[in-house]
Design a binder for this molecule. Structure first.
Ligand SMILES: NC(=O)c1ccc[n+]([C@@H]2O[C@H](COP(=O)([O-])OP(=O)(O)OC[C@H]3O[C@@H](n4cnc5c(N)ncnc54)[C@H](OP(=O)(O)O)[C@@H]3O)[C@@H](O)[C@H]2O)c1
Length: 233
């Protein structure tokens, strides 16, 4: 597929073809980052894991195989054309603030769920910007921020016995070509369907729904996902 040039509010943006994406996963040494890196590298993408520590990134990348490489977050962010943010909520703002230059003009996929846990289980943390995804958009005004992969279980992504991941990936975006690219990237994971689910201002509900899914997982001892009915993209 040919890369497309689009006029956006940020200028003329080149949206890469999904086959040619160079994907960085920042905070990529955790289960979610490793799981997404593994599945997307298996689909043929060039993937680099980012970490605060180069040795940790290299060791996590070696454990995945599939040609995945490791580097410091800033190096991976500068190298990529699409970045997944997979750090805990507590580190979200500081990491993005520090990488605004490296991530300028790039598609940034935020999968961070601002959740807390207490003796009654998971709960949603109030975010002044509305959601983690909108916080990313505020901190990265020169990037093309998209929300996705909030509900995909890291356990399933990492399990070699799981061939198909039985879930839809809900994608929120203000930048239509960037959102379309992320839907297509999601569909490179076997079993997954990418569904456009509204603009960034609707990210809050998607992030918050993860608290319900975690409660479901705990009650039913499973790794639940979501499916939207009666949609044929
Ligand atoms: N786990 C899931 O099933 C799942 C599913 C959907 C979405 N998510 C979301 O994905 C994100 C990552 O989840 P996870 O379970 O993989 O998280 P995690 O293991 O707690 O953290 C991921 C990585 O982030 C880095 N990190 C930790 N604290 C940091 C900080 N203060 N600043 C910068 N980097 C920091 C660490 O890498 P280094 O020490 O190597 O830098 C760590 O390995 C979360 O926001 C979560 O809500 C998770």
């Amino acid at each position: 597929m040919i890369p497309t040039m689009t006029e956006t509010g940020k200028g003329q943006e080149i949206t890469p073809s999904p086959d040619d994406v160079k994907l960085a996963v920042l905070g990529g040494t955790g289960p979610q980052g490793r799981g997404l890196a593994r599945r997307l590298a298996m689909s043929g993408l060039s993937v680099q894991l980012g970490s605060r520590d180069q040795a940790r990134a290299e060791s996590a990348a070696d454990a995945i195989g599939q040609g995945v490489r490791g580097g410091e977050n800033a190096v991976a962010a500068a190298w990529c054309d699409v970045a997944v943010i997979a750090v805990p909520w507590a580190g979200h703002a500081a990491l993005l603030d520090s990488l605004a230059d490296e991530l300028a003009s790039k598609v940034v996929i935020d999968c961070v769920n601002p959740l807390g846990f207490d003796d009654r289980g998971p709960f949603v943390i109030d975010v002044p910007e509305g959601s983690a995804t909108e916080q990313a958009a505020a901190l990265l005004p020169r990037s093309r921020v998209v929300g996705a992969f909030h509900h995909v279980s890291a356990v399933l992504l990492l399990d070699p016995a799981v061939v198909d991941i039985d879930t839809d990936v809900l994608v929120v975006a203000d930048d239509r070509p960037a959102g379309q690219l992320v839907q297509e990237l999601a569909e490179r994971i076997n079993g997954v369907r990418g569904i456009y689910a509204g603009r960034l201002r609707n990210a809050h509900q998607i992030e918050a729904l993860t608290a319900n899914l975690i409660a479901i997982n705990r009650r039913y001892k499973t790794h639940s996902g979501v499916r939207i009915t009666n949609v044929e993209p």
